[in-house]
Design a protein around this ligand. Sequence first.
Ligand code: AR6
Length: 167
Amino acid sequence: MDITLVRGDITEQRTDAIVNAANSSLMGGGGVDGAIHRRGGPEILEECRKLRAGHYGRGLRTGQAVATTAGRLAAKWVIHTVGPVYSRSEDRSELLAACYHESLRVADSLGARSVAFPAISTGLYGWPMDGAARIALAAVRQADTSVDDLRFVLFDDAAYAVFEAHL
Ligand code: AR6
């Protein structure tokens, strides 16, 4: 697997799938989630609503992942996953690693070979970039997957530098 770092906006990636740092409601939000729904258009939310009306009536649990169309985006699919909110008192690293593993499992089930990830949980959910980068890179390196082009799309220079140091 090739692991690449990109400085930019995940909605512009031309990978088979892009991963959304969603919340368990699947009904959109700010950050990456807001950008994906805004640029991908209403089709994504329509599919999310159907998921909520069906198997995901209670929402998507932290560490799980599920795919929808990518609407108007260049990618074919959006894989929604829910990162853990950072906690100083509780070690939630395994839940963060699960986001990467589960997203890659969903990617494999779709036949996606190229996948772009944001730095899950490092925005609104408060995870320090250094720890999040270490967990993310270890998780994707350990994964047993057919994805051979994996990109981390980092929104600013500081995030890029932290991932670069760990890679
Ligand atoms: N492309 C790439 N990275 C981005 C983009 C973008 N367009 N926009 C922000 N980032 P966040 P979380 C970076 O908050 O911490 C939402 O409201 C950002 O700088 O998007 O997992 C959801 O609905 C940060 O480094 O996700 C949830 O409620 C990283 O992406 C909640 O936020 C993740 O920031 C999830 O919080």
